[in-house]
Design a protein around this ligand. Structure first.
Ligand code: ZN
Length: 153
């Protein structure tokens, strides 16, 4: 009885830890150096890469078969095929808007692409700057260089 209880506690603890680390990832995004972690847009979908493991963040796209991309992928070829197929079933209007919103910035300092977020912009000298999450290079918004969203990084 007592043993069984302990096993259960351990299980719950494990789940909690993994949830926590997901939160931790979100918190750390933006402060970490590469460290095997990246967030980028692939054709408008937000991809989290951790070491060589990819996952697709909440897809809010009409028609997209979200169950197909649940979980994690280690093979870029597979995940691209799954996403590309899903996009064919999606609303093309909505997809175009999603792609417009989720763009990749190419850092002028370290050349790393990263997902652009408006809330990353900081007011500076009458303009807005964005800071690279990997090398802290700062660039004015109107001088940003964009990276393609057709690559898997
Ligand atoms: Zn950089």
């Amino acid at each position: 009885m007592r043993k069984g209880y302990q096993v259960k506690t351990h299980g719950v603890g494990t789940i909690k830890r993994s949830l926590y680390s997901a939160e931790e990832d979100a918190t750390w995004r933006g402060f970490n150096t590469h460290d095997g972690r990246m967030t980028f847009s692939y054709k408008g979908l937000v991809i989290d890469k951790r070491n060589s493991v990819y996952s697709v963040r909440d897809v809010k796209l009409e028609g997209f078969p979200v169950n197909d991309i649940a979980g994690v992928f280690t093979d870029t070829r597979t995940i691209r095929i799954v996403i590309d197929n899903g996009l064919l079933q999606s609303s093309q209007d909505k997809l175009a808007r999603l792609r417009e919103r989720n763009r990749n910035v190419k850092c002028g300092g370290c050349s790393t692409p990263y997902l652009f977020r408006r809330d990353m912009l900081i007011d500076y000298l009458g303009g807005k700057i964005i800071q690279c999450p990997y090398c802290y290079h700062e660039e004015f918004e109107d001088r940003l260089e964009w990276a393609t969203d057709e690559n898997f990084y």
